[in-house]
Design a protein around this ligand. Sequence first.
Ligand SMILES: *Cc1c(COP(=O)(O)O)cnc(C)c1O
Length: 368
Amino acid sequence: MPRPLTATIHLDSMQHNLQRARACAPLARIWAVVKANAYGHGLERGMRGFAGADGLALVETENALRLRELGWSKPILLLEGFFDPSDLPLLAEHDIGTAVHNIEQVKMLEYTQLYRPIDVHLKMNTGMNRLGFRPDEYAAAYQRLRAIPGVRNITHMTHFANADELEHPRLTIAEQVRRFQFGAGGLPGERSLSNSGGVLHAAELGGLLSNDWVRPGIMLYGGTPGGRPAADYGLLPTMTLRSEVIGIQHIEAGDTVGYGSRFEADAPMTVGVVACGYADGYPRHAPHGTPVLVDGVRTTLVGRVSMDMMTVDLTPVPNARVGSKALLWGDGLPIDEVAQAAGTIGYELMCALAPRVRVQEGRMGSDG
Ligand SMILES: *Cc1c(COP(=O)(O)O)cnc(C)c1O
């Protein structure tokens, strides 16, 4: 009998969330973002769950090649670009598109002969200050790229720093769009601006965004970049992490629990030990009070998360026993809520799912 910890991936929810993205951005084509092992869901499952997308976007060159091996024939985009000139012939051979965000990449394209031209997303830095050309140097980079025979279509791309907050006090979407228009103004080519935040807020942003391609990630996995709960947008969880209670301790007032004896009982209580710890990807810094469901009843963590186990308060679940079901996140407990309690974001929890966790596929409500 394997350890009871299991992550269930809901491919039907992935399809559903993709439809939500389409409904939010009906005029755009969709790059479904499958970097980081499809946000922890598995690259191949990402490919199947988002089979209806117009393209898949990621950052790992070897995984882009893997997608072709797996039979993905629609467009692929490397969001971080290529890293070495020796990558370019592979991109050409497998028709993999790439971001170009610095002048070194432009030079590599200039001195590499490609037997087949590749598509490029030229990236503008409109205030994120991570990758891309400044608006005032963008047109020159475009012209230089346009002159390279190995470059086919050039799409103009930028990335929002605060797409989860419409009126960010430091940098608004509107200001980033203004800089983008300034930099890419009269240049021919398609445009790609929105990540999940931009897609989810498309209605409020109205005509501000004109995307030919959108690049949703987290919303396709049933999370949000911040702000309102995912359910408000009609998104469904795509990963449910479940385990079981494998031990029970009845403790007295003054007893402590776990490493560091951080939690001290102020009255007699029952503590359940759940087989899931930080070596499974559950955040070690999740504090007392982080929500967990035991047999469908909401309770909380007590004490420190250890490598293979965590301890939960069984007071609200008096009938809990060894073998009771524990739900860490997903179908019944939004991952964003757990992440928020733990001082992080749903993205990090999904991506951190450890290789030792057994993964299966199943529909929501099926109880894995
Ligand atoms: C990761 C990434 C996305 C997806 O972002 P989400 O917030 O998950 O929607 C979009 N564009 C780029 C360039 C990215 O790196």
